[in-house]
Ligand binder design. Structure first.
Ligand code: URA
Length: 496
């Protein structure tokens, strides 16, 4: 019998190294006892020390890509059997790579349950950590400091630390829990596995939380079951607003009756004045430039929607004013926003690569976007892409329509759902209309395919290769369609 003692409580690397060594030495799961240090359940008290099999350099083990994130999540579970369970899965995956898909397998079922529990716990930590401000010592100047206490079920503090760093990057904070702590000082993140004790926490933000909660509580929408599922009772003791809940529930019915009996409230007078002022403002008359250059110039000062406020500049389409093919993407990304040109970032590189493979010349295409400003959310130093909403796409359609009117392309390629929606108003699944020419008004043809950034996001290498191949075939189809565009419509065919 082999015995291995792990130090880590949620440490994937330590378990992985041991598991790899056992697997390389062909040690079956029943031959190993996993013990570990420092969990509340205490040590198992083996007399012998660690006994890892002696092998020269553990071989790397091939597992399906999905196993790694799965195992990394499960290792954070507080159940001491998780190490053995994961090793059994690893052992069996060597014989059956599809094992994880068999939900009825008892080990797979147990592992899925653990994974779900860790993910739920992580989600609850995101929702229920309440920071309290720690006053700076008198006469000191510095960043504001906050502390929070949370009681997770599993060892998730390290796993969630990066989230809190991104979200609260501009303040110093410390999250303490009975299962470890994390600290951020604006430059470094430190985590500790020591169990912490609940600090004495209370400040005036408690009152803010309570006022906020009492105000957003709508008695007419009360669904106790859904509410306790979302905010389980075990978290209540650390939530300042929680002691309001019993009374709010008790009085909900009475308050609904009172609300119903009251007459509708009239808006304040100043609302009428603001509305009247808004109604009398002239609708901005947009320029109707009659050249592409003129249109591009006008678009630089577009304020049709709020996206212009945060973006660096308008990123207008580019390409020949008489192009036969117009390619429409979603919106400029980070690179495009800075460069002022469409598809020059990572998605643009994929696009260029595939065009190169098919022998198409990008210079012959007019390349543009459904939305001309970069929509993003700032997280720390990063700008994270956000998909434009339907209203933003509809506003920006003003420019896209004019680009089409001026260029009169024979074929428009919609890359991705946003482009398809902007061009047709269709909200169908892209897969329902992909890879087939669709006739549009004025004898134009529409061809829908995926957006190149979709290809960048596929984690599985095999799937990625397959999807790039399909995108390349779509571009070849576009090319063939252009070559046959002089022929009659019935002669056009797209064999796959
Ligand atoms: N994605 C787009 O849709 N357009 C760009 O210009 C760049 C990335």
């Amino acid at each position: 019998m082999y015995k291995v003692s792990l130090e880590g409580r949620g440490d994937f690397t330590e378990w992985r190294d041991a598991a790899r060594a056992f697997l390389s030495a062909n040690v079956a799961p029943h031959e190993i006892e996993w013990q570990f240090q420092g969990e509340e359940t205490g040590l198992f008290g083996f007399e012998e020390g660690n006994r890892l099999p002696q092998i020269d350099g553990a071989a790397s083990v091939n597992v399906p890509a999905a196993f790694m994130p799965f195992a990394q999540t499960i290792i954070c579970h507080s159940d001491p059997t998780r190490f053995a369970l994961l090793y059994r899965l690893l052992w069996c995956l060597g014989k059956d790579r599809a094992l994880l898909e068999f939900k009825s397998d008892p080990d797979v079922a147990e592992a899925r349950k653990m994974e779900k529990s860790v993910r739920r716990d992580s989600h609850k930590m995101t929702a229920f950590v309440r920071f309290k401000e720690v006053p700076l010592p008198p006469d000191t100047i510095g960043r504001r400091r906050f502390i929070a206490w949370f009681e997770p079920d599993h060892f998730i503090v390290e796993r969630k630390a990066a989230f809190f760093q991104r979200r609260f990057t501009d303040m110093d904070w410390l999250i303490v829990t009975p299962k470890g702590s994390a600290r951020w000082d604006g430059e470094t993140m430190q985590t500790s596995r020591m169990a912490a004790e609940k600090p004495d926490l209370s400040d005036e933000t408690d009152e803010l939380w309570r006022t906020y909660y009492a105000n957003i509580f709508n008695p007419a929408r009360l669904k106790i079951k859904a509410m306790t599922a979302e905010m389980p009772k075990k978290y209540w003791k650390n939530l300042p607003e929680a002691d309001l809940i019993p009374d709010l529930i008790l009085n909900a019915e009475r308050r609904v009756l009172e609300m119903g009996a009251k007459a509708a409230t009239e808006p304040q007078l100043f609302h009428h004045r603001l509305q009247a002022a808004a109604d009398s403002r002239p609708v901005p008359v947009l320029p109707d430039a009659d050249t592409l250059e003129g249109l591009k110039h006008e678009a630089q000062s577009c304020t049709l929607c709020p996206l212009h406020c945060k973006a660096t500049q308008t990123v207008f389409g580019e390409g020949p004013a008489n192009a036969d093919v117009m390619v429409v993407g979603e919106q400029p990304g980070d690179f495009e926003d800075l460069a002022g040109r469409p598809f020059v970032g990572p998605a643009g590189k994929v696009f260029d690569q595939v065009l190169g493979d098919t022998g198409m010349d990008r210079k012959a295409l007019y390349v543009t976007n459904a939305v001309k400003h970069f929509k993003y959310e700032a997280r720390g130093k990063k700008r994270i892409h956000q998909r434009p909403d339907a209203g933003e796409v509809q506003r920006c359609r003003w420019w896209l329509t004019r680009e089409i009117d001026l260029i009169q392309p024979k074929l428009i390629v919609a890359m991705g759902m946003t482009a398809l929606f902007a061009l047709t108003g269709m909200k169908e699944k892209l897969s329902d209309v992909r890879s087939m020419p669709i006739p549009m008004d004025g004898g134009k043809m529409l061809f829908a395919t995926v957006h190149p950034s979709y290809l960048l996001r596929i984690p599985d290498e095999q799937k990625k290769t397959e999807e790039v191949r399909r995108f390349r075939e779509d571009m070849q189809a576009v090319q063939r369609l252009m070559e046959t565009s002089g022929e009659t419509e019935s002669q056009v065919s797209f064999g796959r």
